[in-house]
Design a binder for this molecule. Structure first.
Ligand SMILES: N[C@@H](CCC(=O)N[C@@H](CS)C(=O)NCC(=O)O)C(=O)O
Length: 216
């Protein structure tokens, strides 16, 4: 089948990018990946808007059908390629993993968007305040993740890697980019180091040209 991902390095599209690598490892199913440079506004071109009218990455075009939203994409890949073990096969464990992923996507991520692009959520006079409040809220979410990981489990939802882990890795990278000291979260950082050595994750980090350590 034909799978084509539109991604931007280090953004949330990293999550389905790693899922596609798991599919490739398990099934030998290749995928194409096209880089959309968000910094240059390539997500806003008329050509890209035909692929995703919302002007965002990720998009997965699967046999001509354009899928958007991280959760929908990774769930589709899991259903289509169960042996890639993108989610646990047990329904309740899978539901827990989707719950964690949804919190990351609709709460943690959207908070960080206010740190990175406060001008979209404020007028000129309130931009710095919006950014400051969002930064503190984002840190509180990082602390929640640190708390989960301090309990000694291998992955955020137990003993299996899920897309929530890849999102967590994305957030600790974003933390460094926002000049938050990544070492404030020692269990989280050690876990992220371990994740970055998993072959599928390592391959996609190399392909996107991204590193765990960001900021100073
Ligand atoms: N809820 C969306 C979030 C997508 C999203 O926020 N993508 C960001 C990159 S992390 C983006 O494309 N931003 C471009 C822009 O906002 O101009 C999803 O799950 O796909």
């Amino acid at each position: 089948m034909n799978l084509h991902l539109y991604f931007c390095p280090g953004t949330c599209s990293f999550v389905p990018h790693v899922s596609l690598e798991l599919v490739k490892e398990a099934y030998g199913q290749n995928f194409e990946a096209s880089l959309i440079n968000l910094g240059k506004g390539e997500q806003l071109t008329p050509e890209y808007k035909l692929i995703n009218a919302q002007g965002q990455v990720p998009v997965l075009v699967a046999d001509g059908s354009s899928l958007t939203q991280v959760i929908a994409i990774v769930n589709y890949l899991h259903e289509q390629f169960p042996n890639a073990k993108i989610f646990p096969s047990d329904p309740i464990q899978k539901a827990h993993a989707i719950s964690m992923l949804a919190w990351m996507n609709n709460t943690v991520h959207t908070t960080f968007t206010r740190v990175f692009r406060p001008e979209r959520f404020s007028d000129a006079g309130s931009k710095d305040a919006v950014k400051m409040v969002a930064l503190e809220t984002f840190k509180s979410y990082l602390a929640e993740i640190e708390d989960i990981l301090s309990k000694g489990q291998a992955f955020i939802c137990g003993d299996q890697l899920t897309p929530a882990d890849i999102y967590a890795l994305t957030f600790i990278r974003w933390a460094g980019l926002a000049k938050i000291d990544q070492q404030t979260y020692p269990n989280y950082y050690k876990y992220a180091e371990r994740l970055a050595e998993i072959p599928s994750v390592k391959n996609i980090m190399a392909k996107e040209g991204i590193f765990l350590k960001t900021g100073r």
